[in-house]
Structures are given as structure tokens and as C-alpha cells.
Design a protein around this ligand. Structure first.
Ligand code: ZN
Length: 431
């Protein structure tokens, strides 16, 4: 048992959060400790310093979805500008968040997009061994919020820009970085619309969510619905003269549960998923103001994770019909104003790219791994798919390390992603 130690010197990147300018301008010593298990796997795959350094800088930006991502976006924009690459930013309605789209290569025609989201999930209430927004390297891993989901992928794309610029690309590479993926893939549709309006053509899209660098061709779609139940309030001693919104909400929730159980039994099924059938579940409820008042209002939200090729509307229609034909007539016998409304809060469309699609083939060629799978989580890729852009999900690290305290990525995964991007560049210069 033992470990090897590597020592190298490299210049630091432009100052990022928490880094002073003088610190950043100095060369830094970087010690790399490899654990035995890493040595067994790939001792030669030490990460390119530049990707690691960029990943560290990006983690330093607190881009939790409730915050602005502009610090990180502008840092990327400025870095690209310094390399002679112009970025186009598309903002959200408030102007506090932006997508970034940059095109590398001057040949016209459809290009390949490398896409990642810039936002991260919160750290509230989680027990971390180190500061979530101060990257730390330990045991051959990079720790920090966003390390695996998915700032290291973005870093690998950015570090490869000089090579892209130097290569005689036969078609362009587009860098497509989005906001608000973690809260419902809200930025991607705007980025796609913006690309279209400016005549940017996308031949394919690679979403770099963590898959251990395995090509994934699909994921379920997700819809979040909000249900509002309006009853009639009453002193609780006169309960039969009121309409209890919580109790009617409970019956709606039970109906959603029954539908979920039915879909589990009867399908549709896709054995490629770890949960091979659609799911529905209620995740949020609020209602009532005191225990001695028949509650007038109740609101709950449920999510529907559906298989991309199933008829979602038909399933949701059954929930609507139950409200309209069974519950509302009952409620209105007591209170004519009573009502149940169901509205779609947001949607992340499903992804289903054909396994014989050219992009799928390219992905397996570049990773050297012919195994194709599906991911259990939603990604921005659903929106690209919906827009008719062939899309695969392939990126460094494991999703099992995402969204948790002590989020990390193995440094070897960053190196593998660097090699993947390099092979993509080579492919785009020869094909
Ligand atoms: Zn993600």
C-alpha cells in the first residue's frame, strides 16, 4: 500500500472569487496525491491543470439558483473575450441571470453544442467538511458545490478553447451555458430561442451532466403541477356547513397516488430506467389557518416523471376529470363557489435520442464506451430534443455525488473529460 506524489508548477488563472490579484498572478505549487485505487485505474490520467484550475474558480461563484449567476457568466465571457471569442448573453425577465452562447470556428453551417448549467443546488442545512464555495482537493478529488454538477464539465470546455481555436474545425463548436436548470430547466428554452433568432444552427448537443463519461440517450420528462382547492370556511363546530379544502385536497392526492400505482402496474415501461415506469408524487402542501376553522384554501404540488414517448396529457386529464366530475359537484352542493384548479407550474421535457443517431454513434466513438444508457434525472437536453436537436448526455463524475454535502468529482474524471473534448476537436477537424 502506498501512494505516489506528483509535483508540478503551473500559472494560476485570472483571479476568481476569494483570490487576490497578486495571489493569482503567482505560480502555484500543486501537489497531487493519488490514492491506490486511482493508481490502479488510470495513473496516467492526471487532469489538465487548466481545467482543474477553472473548475476551482467556477466553484468559487455562489450560483445557487436563487442567486444571480452573472458573476460566473461575466467571468466566462471576459475569459473568452481575452481569447478572441465573442459571447452572446440572453437574460431572464429580471436581467439578473443569463445564458451564454459562444461560437468557436468560422466555418458556416450547423455545429455541435457543448452545454452545461451554471446554477447549483443550495447547501442550506447540509453538514459539509469544508466550505462549499471554497474548492478543496483531497484524496484525488475536488470538493465543492457544483464540482460534479456541473462546473467541472464547463471547465473542461473552457480549457479546450485555445485548442479549438488552433484547430482547423470543419464546423463550429458552440458553448451553451444556461441558468436555472436546477429549478426546472428555465434558461435552456431561452438560449435555444436566442440561438434560432440569430441563425445559429445546432447539428447536435452534448449535455455534460455527470454520467461517468458514458453516453446516455434519454431521460424521463418532468412536469410539476399545482392544484388549488377552494372550499368554504366555517366554525369547526359547524363543519358540515363548510367545505373543507384540506380534505378535498387529500382526496385529489389519493387519486394521484392511485394513478401512480396503476401506471406502475400497467406501464408504459422502459427497462433502461432504474425506475422503469412513470411516477407521480405529491411533494408540497399548505392549507388551513387554525384547527377550529374549516379551511377554505389548500394548495399542493405534485410532480409527474413520464416516459418521453407516452401520452402525458391523457393521464393528467384523468386527474382533471376526477376533480370536475366527482369532487366539484359534491363541493358545490354546499358552496357554489367551491372549485378545484390544476395548473402546470413548469416542465422539463423528456429526452429520447435514437440509438442509431449519428450523434449517439459519435458519443460512443469519443468515449470508447459502446454501452448506452438512460439517466434517471431531467436535464436541459429535453428542451434541445424538443427543438429537434439530436442530444446526448455525457459528462464527468457520478450523479450520486451531486446535490449532497461534500459534493466532489474524481480528478481522473476531469482528465477523462479533457480527453473526450480533445477527441471531439480531432473529430471535427477530420470529418
Ligand atoms: Zn446538473
Amino acid at each position: 500500500m502506498g501512494f505516489s506524489r506528483g509535483l508540478s508548477v503551473y500559472p494560476s488563472a485570472k483571479p476568481g472569487p476569494g483570490e487576490s490579484r497578486s495571489d493569482a498572478s503567482q505560480a502555484r505549487l500543486y501537489f497531487y496525491f493519488a490514492v491506490p485505487q486511482l493508481l490502479c485505474r488510470t495513473s496516467h490520467t492526471r487532469p489538465a491543470m487548466t481545467s482543474l484550475d477553472i473548475a476551482r474558480t467556477l466553484i468559487g461563484f455562489d450560483t445557487v439558483s436563487r442567486n444571480s449567476n452573472l458573476g460566473m457568466i461575466e467571468w466566462i465571457r471576459d475569459r473568452l473575450a481575452g481569447q478572441g471569442v465573442r459571447s452572446h448573453l440572453s437574460y431572464d425577465d429580471h436581467g439578473s441571470k443569463a445564458n451564454l452562447l459562444a461560437t468557436i470556428g468560422d466555418r458556416p453551417g450547423p455545429g455541435i453544442a457543448l452545454s452545461g448549467h451554471t446554477d447549483v443546488v443550495p447547501v442550506d442545512g447540509q453538514q459539509w467538511s469544508s466550505e462549499p464555495f471554497k474548492p478543496e482537493e483531497r484524496d484525488g478529488r475536488l470538493y465543492g458545490r457544483g464540482a460534479v454538477d456541473m462546473k467541472s464539465f464547463i471547465a473542461c470546455c473552457l480549457s479546450a478553447v485555445p485548442k479549438m481555436l488552433a484547430a482547423p474545425l470543419t464546423r463550429p463548436v458552440h458553448l451553451a451555458f444556461t441558468y436555472d436548470e436546477e429549478v426546472g430547466c428555465l434558461g435552456a428554452p431561452r438560449l435555444i430561442a436566442d440561438a434560432r433568432s440569430r441563425g445559429v444552427e445546432l447539428a447536435g448537443c452534448i449535455i455534460g451532466e455527470p454520467t461517468g463519461m458514458q453516453v446516455m440517450t434519454g431521460h424521463k420528462g418532468m412536469r410539476v403541477y399545482r392544484c388549488n382547492v377552494l372550499g368554504r370556511e366555517m366554525h369547526s363546530s359547524l363543519a358540515p356547513e363548510g367545505v373543507n379544502a384540506i380534505e378535498y385536497a387529500a382526496r385529489m392526492i389519493e387519486f394521484v397516488r392511485t394513478l401512480a400505482a396503476e401506471l406502475r402496474l400497467n406501464g408504459p415501461h422502459d427497462p433502461c430506467y432504474s425506475v422503469p415506469y412513470p411516477t407521480l408524487q405529491t411533494g408540497l402542501i399548505r392549507g388551513g389557518i387554525a384547527n377550529n376553522i374549516v379551511p377554505r384554501d389548500c394548495e399542493f404540488e405534485f410532480d409527474f416523471r413520464y416516459l418521453p414517448d407516452m401520452d402525458v396529457e391523457a393521464a393528467v386529464d384523468r386527474i382533471r376529470r376526477f376533480a370536475r366530475e366527482t369532487l366539484e359537484p359534491e363541493m358545490r352542493r354546499i358552496a357554489p363557489e367551491a372549485a378545484i384548479s390544476l395548473s402546470l407550474d413548469h416542465e422539463a421535457p423528456g429526452l429520447l435520442t435514437r440509438e442509431d443517431d449519428r450523434l449517439t454513434y459519435l458519443g460512443t466513438k469519443l468515449t470508447g464506451n459502446k454501452r448506452i444508457g438512460r439517466v434517471p434525472f431531467a436535464t436541459d437536453g429535453g428542451h434541445f430534443h424538443l427543438a429537434g436537436v439530436p442530444t446526448i448526455v455525457v459528462g464527468p463524475g457520478s450523479i450520486s455525488q451531486a446535490h449532497k454535502p461534500d459534493e466532489y468529482i474524481e480528478l481522473t474524471q476531469i482528465a477523462e473529460c479533457d480527453a473526450f473534448v480533445q477527441r471531439l476537436i480531432t473529430h471535427l477537424t477530420t470529418n
